[in-house]
Design a binder for this molecule. Structure first.
Ligand SMILES: *[C@@H]1O[C@H](CO)[C@@H](O)[C@H](O)[C@H]1NC(C)=O
Ligand SMILES: *[C@@H]1O[C@H](CO)[C@@H](O)[C@H](O)[C@H]1NC(C)=O
Length: 509
């Protein structure tokens, strides 16, 4: 402050003195430094966020993390479990570990192992902490129900198998607000949106991407998608109208993979490579992508930058595959829009990364993000906190966040309805409630029968067992199949009788 005073005294003396040219240039300098100063001291409560890896005994150890060449995160986390794609001989498998199951993981620990080729991507259902989806090189998507307390034996029977892709399935992603709506993207360059409750492929986006789809992201209320494709285009898609509503060619000019995610305000954040192979980030308006809102160059490493986003604080965390750091940025509507906050660095490179939803964080420790970093043979939680002295709930750090309840049912969404996430307060910490079991009722099997009968059958099913097991489901399916074949026979006989009656009538005439 005193420095500033003496400096302005000096300025005054210059102005009243006889050096007008010097005065002019000093004025310019002053304006410049005021602007710089404002930028440097930009107020942010996240300026001092710091990351810390947990102690060694809090890690998950002796895990053979997958080596498959595909740039997904290999790890998915929710408030109950951490799931990790692992090396498995002759098939595809992943671990589902209760969060508290830290330490050495025994070789015989049960896995989820129904795929016949490596698993490429996994995603926890945001509306049920016991349901996880997986996409695999075997061209299928599977949806699994994990027992409340974790697996005691290996799980090879999914609740449902979703078949429709003709090549490996590299991306699975649940709809953020509609129950039982799941998206998958395959190396057949198709996106399929499934109603998991009926096992049906409802929407097939097949002619939009001429090459491999690197990433797909739902908008905040799930009305739109944005994709990054190997053809260097970023597309904004209305999936229910099967229409591309905006696109940008060469969003990043380099040939290496891009990523694109929707932000809460509808803007799109991308990462990619420049023509000179420098890593870049950029921000775009989703309705007009002609020019970026901003582009920033980062460095010249070559790992794909996986973005993880917190819509409540508008912070983006960038984890480069193969990097040993997490860089984070706050996004605001003030230039330069994407503000670098800090870097968390370690020595070991990351093979993959899991990202805990907000409701899984410890608000009493001012934890604002938690990562699950995959090393070659272990998974190490990294905790990001805002340093605060108070023990009180910091409501400015924790605006209400997306809770586990869906805003819509699958049918409503497929019929055109939208809904934003149902928010909850984290004030008293998040307490998980009992999850209901996922029921798959194959309506496509019932299609040919009157709806009322179908209703009655499902009532019977409910009476027999409130939580139908996979076996029950199978039995039901078998009965239905038999029913259908009997019905078809009756129809055929009907037609035959009608034909015979006609002939008899003709003969009688
Ligand atoms: C959903 O989001 C879109 C834009 O992303 C917006 O136009 C629409 O109003 C939203 N609808 C609801 C119900 O939130
Ligand atoms: C359902 O079954 C009950 C008897 O179990 C019958 O009375 C009723 O009419 C059936 N409902 C429909 C809609 O078929």
């Amino acid at each position: 402050m005193t420095e500033g005073c003496s400096f302005s005294d000096f300025i005054t003396s210059v102005y009243v003195g006889k050096w007008p040219l010097l005065a002019l240039s000093l004025t310019a300098l002053l304006f410049l430094s005021a602007d710089m100063l404002r930028r440097v001291v930009r107020q942010s409560k996240f300026r001092h966020v710091f990351g810390q890896a947990v102690r060694n005994d809090q890690c998950y150890d002796d895990i053979r993390v997958s080596r498959v060449t595909w740039d997904s995160s290999f790890c998915a986390v929710n408030p109950k479990f951490v799931a990790i794609i692992i090396e498995a001989s002759g098939g595809g498998a992943f671990f589902v570990l209760p969060l508290q199951k830290t330490g050495r993981i025994d070789k015989a620990y049960p896995t989820v192992c129904g795929h016949t080729a490596p698993v490429l991507d996994i995603d926890w259902c945001p509306h049920n902490d016991l349901i996880i989806a997986s996409g695999s090189e075997d061209c299928t998507v599977m949806v699994w129900q994990i027992p409340e307390n974790g697996l005691e034996t290996s799980l090879s029977e999914p609740v449902v198998v979703l078949e429709g892709h003709s090549k490996r399935v590299g991306i699975v992603s649940w709809h953020p607000t509609a129950r039982n709506v799941l998206l998958s993207a395959g190396c057949d360059n198709q996106i399929i949106i499934w109603n998991v409750g009926t096992g049906e492929a409802m929407i097939n986006l097949e002619d939009m991407h001429p090459d491999v789809i690197f990433s797909v992201s739902w908008s905040r209320n799930g009305s739109l998608l944005c994709t990054a494709c190997k053809d260097k285009k970023v597309r904004v898609i209305d999936p229910r109208k099967k229409k591309i509503v905006a696109e940008k060619d060469k969003a990043h000019e380099g040939a290496r993979p891009m990523r694109a995610i929707f932000l809460a305000d509808g803007n799109i954040f991308t990462t990619g490579f420049s023509r000179m192979s420098e890593r870049q980030l950029a921000l775009w308006k989703s309705d007009n992508m002609d020019e970026p809102i901003c582009v920033q160059e980062m460095d010249s490493s070559n790992g794909v930058l996986l973005p993880f986003y917190d819509p409540d604080t508008n912070i983006v965390y960038l984890c480069g595959k193969g990097d040993s750091s997490i860089r984070y940025f706050e996004i605001t509507d003030e230039a330069p829009f994407v503000h670098y906050l800090n870097t968390f660095s370690t020595k070991e490179p990351q093979r993959g990364m899991g990202y805990m939803p907000k409701r899984g964080l410890d608000v009493n420790k001012c934890e604002i993000a938690r990562f699950y970093k995959l090393h070659e043979r272990k998974c190490e939680p990294i905790i990001m906190t805002v340093p605060r002295k108070s023990d009180l709930f910091q409501d400015d750090l924790y605006p209400d966040t997306a809770g586990p309840d869906p805003a819509l049912e699958a049918d409503e969404w497929f019929n055109g309805k939208n809904g934003g996430p149902i928010l909850i307060s984290l004030k008293d910490g998040y307490v998980s409630t009992k999850n209901r079991d996922l029921k798959v009722v194959k309506t496509n099997v019932l299609e040919t029968k009157p709806a009322t009968k179908a209703e009655n059958i499902s009532t019977v099913q409910k009476h027999v067992s409130p939580q139908p097991s996979v076996k029950m489901e199978d039995k039901l399916e078998e009965v239905l199949r038999e029913f259908k074949s009997l019905r078809d026979r009756v129809i055929l006989q009907d037609r035959r009788i009608a034909r015979l009656e006609e002939q008899v009538a003709k003969v009688a005439m």
